[in-house]
Design a protein around this ligand. Sequence first.
Ligand code: HEC
Ligand code: HEC
Ligand code: HEC
Length: 446
Amino acid sequence: MIAGVLVALLLGGVGTSFAIAWRPAIATIDPPQPQSFAPGLVKRGRVLAALGNCNDCHTVRGGRNFAGGLPVPTPFGTVYSSNITPDVETGIGRWSEAAFQRAMKLGVDREGRHLYPTFPYDHFTNVRDEDDRALYAYLMTRGPVHAPARDNELAFPLNQRIVVAGWKFLFLHPGTYRADPTKSAEWNRGAYLVEGLAHCGACHTPRNALGAERLNAIFAGGDVDHWQAYAINAQSPSPVPWDADALYAYLRDGFHPDHGTARGPMAGVVRNLSVVPADDVRAIASYMADVFGAPSAERRERGEAALAQAKSPAAAAADSAGGAIYAAACAPCHESSQAPPYGGINLVLSSAISSSDPRNLANIVLAGVRPVEGELSPIMPGFAASMNDAEVAALLVYLRSRFSKQPAWSDLDNIVAEARRTQTASLDTRTDARNASSDTAQRAKP
Ligand code: HEC
Ligand code: HEC
Ligand code: HEC
């Protein structure tokens, strides 16, 4: 299949006219003085950078902010993020604002080379010029870091950047986002952020064989870093339907009592959103509530039944291997109305158990939920050291049958083994990515 993909990419490249494939270099400039940017503009840029998760991809654990070098694995090979500090040799210190804006809108670097769409410019193309200006001001006033780019690990012909011209021809729709005058200002603000800078679909929308988001399945659930980014539309697996208030709390604080906490790659998103003005998060929540749509009567009833079951849990039956583990290791925190930070939600409410994909649950059981430094945030121990794969699999079988009405999962042995392999290396250790102290966790995204 990969061969077919390559051929299609090449054909796309060839089919693209020379004019589209070729972009001129934009002249270098003398690095602008930090004082030349208005403080208000820089401050706005900081918020926008948080909305765009720039730090998440452009910073490695223990590395300096925005200095790049994070490996982003894709089905086609590994792409390393660039140094976007204003270093004159290895960063963007000599980039003009026009060059920066072109990178955001068209995925082309200053010298005119095509950038890989691992950099989500298929979303960033929707960012307005004045927001690009603020982002530029913010990045150009950071400390320059000397950090040479790392070579991508892509096979021929994908290591030829010209191939990306074909991809863009097929999948990049520059600046097509339009406000909808029939909707409220809040809805439009939310749509602008979600479809643009916040690039929610980059993780939550499934991708086609060429690594592009499937436009006929927007927000239907995607893959990132060995986690499932759940469907966040009408196909949501959440036992209790999401609404604007719950979305706001979850996105802003990383927790809602009917839904639980944000983990894995979503933890970094939520941490970034905690520095964003409340109005913007409110706008994202209200737009997304519309994307989810009003729940059907049947859906609402199921949600109420789950909430009722969570309030009066039946005693855990220790009549199976998984049940015995649950009663001893999990119920004390998940069914005892323990106070935070140790109290977890009743698992009948968890999307991790009602989802058709068991990976997130396996990840959580093995690696737990790490606290956010300096905050009273949820804590759950990981069980990687105390349970073997067979025990974890038995536990998952039990949880699925006790806490959901969905069909049993299959292939659990492989999934648990895979989770152990990936999570011991890269579980959500990037909760503090904002301060660049975070991690080498890899982004598994086309
Ligand atoms: C999902 C990961 C991801 C996110 C989020 C992300 N980037 Fe990147 N970015 C990359 C990767 C990977 C590259 C390198 C692409 C390549 O080499 O073709 C890159 C390249 C760039 C470049 C080109 C630099 C150069 O020297 O060629 C700029 C500028 C940039 N990103 C800015 C940003 C900004 C600003 C944000 C936040 C608004 C951001 N990126 C968010 C992954 C990301
Ligand atoms: C870097 C990838 C990534 C990005 C970007 C991202 N998400 Fe997520 N999201 C995830 C993952 C992975 C999960 C599952 C996390 C978990 O199990 O706690 C998730 C979970 C969620 C959930 C919980 C769903 C449920 O039923 O439990 C919501 C709601 C959500 N994301 C909304 C958003 C919105 C809105 C945006 C944009 C502002 C966004 N996400 C951006 C990866 C991402
Ligand atoms: C020391 C208390 C503690 C123990 C023991 C514990 N958990 Fe947790 N768990 C938590 C906390 C706190 C959270 C985060 C808040 C939340 O999401 O419920 C959590 C989150 C979860 C979640 C995510 C729920 C969601 O969708 O947000 C799952 C699934 C889970 N735990 C399963 C388990 C299983 C299975 C066990 C036993 C092997 C277990 N937990 C043991 C405290 C605990």
